[in-house]
Design a protein around this ligand. Structure first.
Ligand SMILES: [Zn+2]
Length: 273
């Protein structure tokens, strides 16, 4: 089966990338983000591949050929920026990809990283060509270059990227799921991605009058419930996720019922952050 998405870990091998500082090399941060996302998409059953999964050198020609020949519809090229700005940037082609870029940008913003700009750029010598080779030479694969922040920021990017890069990597996964209309679920309890994931709050929507809660260890189906939460009464309710024992089932601590499980599918308006 062709992948739907190909993830490009920018730079690698002899090319460390300009978005480096004394905490990280850009090529290593790009690879860590890409491997994290690769595992997450597999968990979400979205067909995915990588341009590289180790520290190898890829010329722009080799890299874009892998993308063009992948059979994928979409590509994300992961990078860390340099140039003393602050915040994420997403670059899409002059020929399209704005919707995907906007989705990703909005989730990155929700995850706590400011988005500096979402843009396209043309070659100064030819306004019919994209400036960046990942946009220009990836054929009909819709490519977004994602710059997660600045390695040489004077503001908070260095601290943010060092501590929260997985949150931003996860935000892109979420944005892409929403963009393609795939169900988004948090990393499962035993996934590689789960341990350090920090998106741990679920919000029950104010539109729900009641929400069943279940004792731990019992199947979360009608009849097993021990009571109701009242999201509407409180204009929505937020809970820290303690566990995610099975898909869409979350363990939370409630005031009235103690520690319980709830069934919280996004189709019922549940939000995660
Ligand atoms: Zn780069």
């Amino acid at each position: 089966m062709n992948p739907l998405l190909i993830i490009d870990a920018g730079h690698g091998g002899k090319d460390p990338g300009g978005g480096s500082n004394h905490f990280w090399k850009e090529k290593e941060m790009n690879l860590a983000i890409s491997l994290y996302q690769f595992n997450r998409y597999k968990e979400l059953k979205i067909p995915v591949m990588l341009t590289r999964n180790s520290d190898i050198t890829l010329t722009p020609e080799a890299r874009t050929a892998i993308v063009r020949n992948s059979g994928a519809t979409f590509c994300h090229s992961n990078h860390i920026n340099a140039g003393a700005g602050d915040g994420a940037e997403i670059i899409h082609s002059i020929f399209g990809g704005k919707e995907m870029a906007d989705r990703i940008g909005s989730e990155i913003k929700d995850s706590g990283q400011n988005v500096r700009r979402i843009f396209t750029r043309t070659l100064p010598t030819n306004s019919n060509l994209d400036y960046y080779f990942m946009n220009r030479n990836t054929g009909n694969v819709t490519t977004a270059i994602v710059e997660y922040g600045f390695a040489d920021s004077n503001k908070d990017d260095i601290h943010q990227l060092k501590n929260n890069w997985k949150n931003y990597a996860e935000a892109v996964v979420k944005g892409f799921c929403l963009f393609i209309g795939n169900d988004y679920i948090l990393p499962s309890p035993n996934s590689i991605s789960r341990e350090t994931n920090q998106m741990k709050i679920l919000q029950l929507p104010a539109s729900a009058a009641s929400w069943r809660v279940y004792p731990l260890g019992k199947h979360p189906t009608k009849g097993n419930d021990v009571g109701f939460l009242r999201p509407a009464k409180f204009n929505g309710l937020d809970y820290r996720i303690l566990k995610n024992p099975s898909p869409y089932v979350y363990t939370i601590k409630t005031r009235d019922f103690g520690t319980v499980n709830i069934y919280a599918h996004p189709k019922y308006g549940v939000k995660f952050r």
